[in-house]
Design a protein around this ligand. Sequence first.
Ligand code: 5GP
Length: 190
Amino acid sequence: METLRNKILKYGHAIDENILKVDSFLNHQVDPNLMYDIGTNFKNYFKDKNITKVFTIESSGIAPAVMTALQMNIPMVTLKKNTSKILNDDFYQTTIHSFTKEIDYTLTLSKKYITSKDNILIVDDFLANGEAASGACRLVEEIGAKVAGIGIVIEKSFQPGRKLLDDKGYDVYSLARISKLGKGLIEFIK
Ligand code: 5GP
């Protein structure tokens, strides 16, 4: 997605070889026009997949996910991050390791917002090691629902997440694929 790549080049900031900051349009301040175009791209790519709900992971995936859900005219559900397990039968939970924060957290989903008949599109802001996306897939599949695809705004293709999800057979669609990061350097897969 060219507009996204241009935004990343203009406003993104690689703090080292691993982490890209995009606070001015995605992770802190949000560019709603860009989010709308992201939603259009995901809708067009996944339009034949009979998706019933868009799931995302709290909190930076919410803006692109809600725009995607708006255009698909289906609900968006946020998987909430908790630091500990909720001992309550009303929720499904799974544990994830955070790439950026180097901690474990629990993804929580109310039983009210999924059934085994659902066909889920998972949308997230970044793909790095694939822990967040794999955890979301695990949660969906443990319930007996289907993962129809995974939409990623920014994929760091030099990290293991993309291969992990490809090897598991998921349909992964990333709007910007970064091949290399460094101080002041951002390169995309051509
Ligand atoms: P993963 O689980 O794939 O290792 O990491 C994905 C999650 O970590 C994303 O939901 C995102 O919040 C965060 N993340 C991973 N890499 C980056 C990065 O380079 N920049 C930012 N801002 N967040 C990242």
